[in-house]
Design a protein around this ligand. Structure first.
Ligand SMILES: Nc1ncnc2c1ncn2[C@@H]1O[C@H](COP(=O)(O)OP(=O)(O)O)[C@@H](O)[C@H]1O
Ligand SMILES: [Mg+2]
Length: 310
């Protein structure tokens, strides 16, 4: 059994007067034990909405989310507390995850007390230990307020808070997109070590294909709320099948190539409603079948939702 399973999960936001946004559209995915799964997609593709549903901040409109086989929206009070000892989140902007009027160790001590029942000297000892583990010296962090730390330092403290609880699953929503390049790699290395040494599973959300490639075991490619392609990194990113995945890979600037004039951009040609393929409006390979929605099917070792392969 996978650790986390989403089955046909959708989220529809209503804005009144019958206007709606389908943020997440019938998403099915799994995260196994000790596995880093990247959820890749451009801005607006529904990544944060998925993270918030997995963290029980938002309720799905449709579908089920199971953790170790249990529906996370049917947990009682005690089980919900248990769920948060198992599943923790890290968010994009560390400054918004900390209260500016409290010293940064306060939420760490609170998490230890509330979720682990650890207080006092022992709690402080564990905080120091986890700070060192993620490359911070306790003296540069303890007693400081959020604005006294750099973005990279504060993001590490927020990862430290999640680590203290020893979660089995970390949901990290664009955890490195506000950090500079060298700090990015440090954070990804911490994630890989958590997987390899502690067996932590990570749902790593982002839009940067090369970062996903660096650290993930599997990737799920999202577009307009739907899964386009999903499978092992060695399949999806080394031999992409879906035209959208190929476009994502083509859009990465490489160290061995310099600008040689404007690339052809795949801009929306015309809108096809949500009943068709979600990528059809931007797809160069579009043909008549694309007016209907393709299902995710097995193709050459991965799953892909595209009429070219069914
Ligand atoms: N609370 C909300 N109310 C209305 N629309 C929302 C809300 N949250 C997200 N959306 C919309 O849902 C879509 C997906 O958003 P989001 O999950 O934040 O995407 P991503 O994280 O991939 O950038 C976007 O069109 C966004 O505008
Ligand atoms: Mg987001």
């Amino acid at each position: 059994m996978a650790l986390l399973e989403l089955h046909g999960v959708s989220k529809v936001f209503s804005h009144g007067m019958g206007r709606v946004t389908v943020a997440v559209d019938n998403v099915t995915l799994e995260v196994g034990e000790s596995e880093i799964v990247s959820l890749l997609g451009e801005s607006g593709s529904g990544k944060t909405t998925i993270a918030r549903m997995v963290l029980r901040i938002l309720r799905p409109t449709k579908g089920r989310i199971l953790y170790r086989g249990r529906d996370i929206w049917r947990l009682g009070r005690r089980e919900t507390l248990w769920y948060y000892t198992q599943v923790q989140g890290v968010f994009q902007d560390p400054y918004s995850s900390f209260n500016p009027i409290h010293v940064v160790e306060r939420p760490l001590l609170q998490a230890l007390s509330r979720l682990k029942g650890v207080r006092g000297e022992e709690a402080l000892r564990r905080v120091r230990e986890v700070l060192r583990r993620i490359g911070l010296s306790p003296s540069e962090v303890l007693g400081k307020y959020p604005h006294q730390l750099s973005g990279g330092q504060l993001q590490r403290v927020s990862i430290a808070r999640a680590l203290l609880v020893e979660p089995r699953l970390l949901v990290a929503d664009e955890p490195v997109s506000m950090l500079d390049a060298s700090t990015r790699i440090d954070v990804l290395n911490i994630f890989a070590e958590m997987r390899d040494e502690l067996g932590t599973s990570i749902l790593l959300i982002g839009h940067d294909v090369s970062l996903a490639y660096y650290v993930s075991d599997r990737v799920v490619v999202l577009y307009r709320g739907g899964v386009m392609e999903e499978g092992d990194v060695s399949k999806v990113l080394d031999e992409p099948a879906h035209p959208y995945t190929r476009m994502l890979l083509d859009s990465i600037p490489r160290l061995d190539s310099r600008w040689r004039g404007r690339l052809r951009l795949h801009e929306p040609l015309h809108a096809i409603g949500r009943s068709g393929c979600l990528f059809a409006d931007r797809c160069e390979l579009r043909f008549n079948k694309c007016a209907a929605r393709p299902r995710l099917v097995e193709y050459n070792g991965r799953r892909v939702a595209c009429w070219l392969y069914q």
